[in-house]
Design a protein around this ligand. Structure first.
Ligand code: ATP
Length: 237
């Protein structure tokens, strides 16, 4: 199997707090891999370590077959990885368009950045309509779209999505999960961090459950869904 991402024995620590310990994970190329678990299980720390934004204390990260352990965030972007972070983190005081322009500026290719920006406005028409509006005035769902659009500006092959549905109205949650499927259909590999396990297991083709920083279970979504003990222990909303 060709893999987009392979983690082996990943450890992430904050002083005495071990946020991830010995995490093994494989995300297939072109698939959706769900990373599930309760609050504080270590999902965000794992994702941030993959993105090069947290120190890796032990273990390895390989991206499309290339060892990227300890690489800088820039190098990780160049390897084809982008992140839509937890909490969206759009620049509230900038317009929608300026948020995308800023993301495009790291491409170092003005023409390509302009093309990408136009493509994002086309893909997410609501962002096109609101291009001059301050990002902080968008609804939560629109901000999530902007966060995804910003991540897509670099043309990633692997997209890390941290809790994209958090705090959104049910209809918008459906829209966001629809976008996940669209991106997957376009060939982008996705690591989907979610507390909404039911929805994530519906869209994923592989899932990993973290508990206290460790992998508690991994496998086919159908199997995990049907495991009542697992559901009760780790996935109860
Ligand atoms: P959430 O869904 O709440 O984001 P999570 O599964 O993503 O949870 P993490 O945010 O990775 O979990 O947190 C894992 C552990 O690491 C928790 O015990 C948390 O308190 C701790 N932690 C996270 N960030 C820091 C930090 N910057 N400094 C110290 N401890 C941290």
């Amino acid at each position: 199997m060709e893999t987009a991402l392979t983690l082996k024995g990943l450890d992430v620590r904050y002083g005495p707090v071990q946020a991830a310990r010995g995490v093994d994970l494989i995300a297939a190329k072109g698939g959706v891999t769900a990373l599930l678990g309760a609050n504080g299980a270590g999902k965000t720390s794992t994702v941030m370590a993959i993105a090069g934004a947290r120190k890796i204390h032990a273990g390895s990260v390989s991206i499309f077959g290339q060892d990227m352990t300890g690489a800088t965030p820039d190098a990780i972007v160049r390897a084809g990885v982008a992140i839509s972070p937890e909490g969206r983190r759009v620049f509230s005081a900038l317009s929608v368009e300026d948020n995308l322009t800023l993301a495009g500026s790291v491409l170092g290719d003005g023409a390509r950045a302009a093309r990408q920006k136009a493509a994002m406005m086309e893909r997410f028409p609501i962002l096109g309509e609101r291009r001059k509006q301050l990002a902080g005035l968008l609804s939560g769902g629109e901000q999530q779209m902007l966060a995804v659009a910003r991540a897509l500006m670099s043309g990633p092959r692997l997209l890390l999505m941290d809790e994209p549905s958090l705090g959104l109205a049910p209809q918008m949650v459906d829209t966001i999960f629809g976008i996940v499927e669209e991106l997957r259909d376009e060939g982008i590999s996705i690591l989907l961090v979610e507390q909404n396990a039911t929805l994530a297991l519906d869209v994923a083709d592989h899932a990993v459950i973290l508990a206290n920083g460790e992998v508690a279970a991994a496998g086919a979504p159908g199997d995990l869904k049907n495991d009542k003990l697992l559901q009760a222990a780790y996935l109860a909303a």
